[in-house]
Ligand binder design. Structure first.
Ligand code: NAP
Length: 309
């Protein structure tokens, strides 16, 4: 079997074309475009690239995106002050604080900053209020990667209702929201993690297998039931990790050194021989994550300004 390709790049284009008229109509109605404030603390090379890509995607879609930069030495209260300013800004409908924050800010800095963003401007969907809404299956702002995976499945005609779904990974930003989104579409969902016993056997029960593990090529053919739909979401931006898997002189290692990140799938390429459908790397989940951010910003702008003018 050679798996059908779940074409994230094409679907991201499709969604971009759908939100464009909403952005244009908002801009015409309000006399300003939807606005996104991005906060970048420090000089992590991978974060620089992610932020650059987000700024570019926003500009191309007619969304205003402003970057607030803080040095790696910034204190938590300085970062909170930037969030506070963006919370109060009329021009900004969405706020995104690029993760990770510098270690020096302290272990709970990310949580404190995400909690400080107004829920109605939380376009990453990380605020507890938005997570609570997701748990209750109420419309709201949902994290981009898991909602992008749902778009990928649904728009590729992968049936979800009544099927067995296995999500490998239980993080607050990918694994848990992913499982909830599948549950709300009537899948029977199992969440796996590093303590799951006999992971390949559990994964093989899946009609839909979503890997949010962060381990390149971790999902081999023994994890996959023949014909299953398989989606992987890895993005590697840790130098030590890249050095462990790619030998000195490897072009992939050089690409990492140049760009600061490398897209390497959780799913081993051999899975294409077993799966019925598979997300490619690159061109799978990555493009959808960014377009879902723009969709969330548009939604946040529409909600904030509904009733005005
Ligand atoms: P994370 O916080 O590191 O979570 C990884 C999860 O995988 C954890 O729940 C962990 O289990 C589980 N895990 C690790 N090793 C495992 C093993 N050997 N067996 C079973 N489970 C294992 O990562 P994340 O933030 O959720 O991100 C997941 C992946 O998505 C990453 O590769 C990330 O780069 C990628 N991502 C991509 C995009 C994009 O734009 N494409 C955006 C966001 C994230 P425990 O909980 O037990 O530790």
């Amino acid at each position: 079997m050679t798996a059908r390709v779940l074409d994230g790049a094409r679907i991201a284009d499709e969604i971009r074309a759908e939100i464009r008229p909403r952005i244009d109509s908002f801009t015409a109605r309000m006399g300003r475009p939807p606005g996104l404030g991005i906060v970048l603390v420090g000089d992590d090379p991978a974060s620089e690239i992610y932020v650059r890509n987000k700024l570019k995607a926003a500009a191309e879609s007619g969304v205003r995106a402003d970057l607030a930069r803080l040095p790696a030495t910034a204190s938590l209260s300085e970062a909170l002050a930037v969030v506070d300013r963006l919370n109060g800004s009329e021009a900004h409908d969405g706020i995104l604080v690029q993760s990770p924050l510098p270690d020096a800010m302290g272990p709970d800095a990310e949580r404190r900053i995400f909690d400080a963003i107004l829920p109605e401007k939380d376009v990453d969907g990380f605020h507890p209020v938005n997570v609570g809404r997701l748990v209750q299956n109420r419309a709201g702002l949902v994290a981009g990667t898991p909602s992008g995976v749902i778009e990928l499945l649904e728009r590729s005609q992968v049936a979800i209702r009544g099927r067995r779904a296995v999500v490998i990974g239980r993080s607050d930003i990918v694994g848990k929201p992913m499982a909830l989104l599948l549950l709300h579409r009537d899948a029977t969902v199992t969440i796996c993690h590093s303590r799951t016993v006999d992971l390949p056997a559990v994964a093989r029960e899946a009609d839909i297998l979503v890997a949010a593990v962060g381990r390149p090529a971790f999902i081999s053919r023994e994890f996959v039931k023949p014909g299953a739909a398989v989606v992987g979401t890895t993005r590697v931006d840790e130098a030590g990790f890249v050095e462990r898997i790619y030998p000195v002189g490897s072009p992939r290692r050089e690409a990492f050194a140049k760009r600061g990140s490398l897209v390497v799938g959780d799913v081993h390429p051999e899975v294409a021989d077993v799966a019925g459908a598979l997300s490619p790397v690159p061109g799978g989940v990555g493009p959808l994550t960014i377009v879902m951010l723009l969709k969330n910003t548009t939604f946040a702008a529409e909600q904030r300004c509904s009733g005005s003018r």
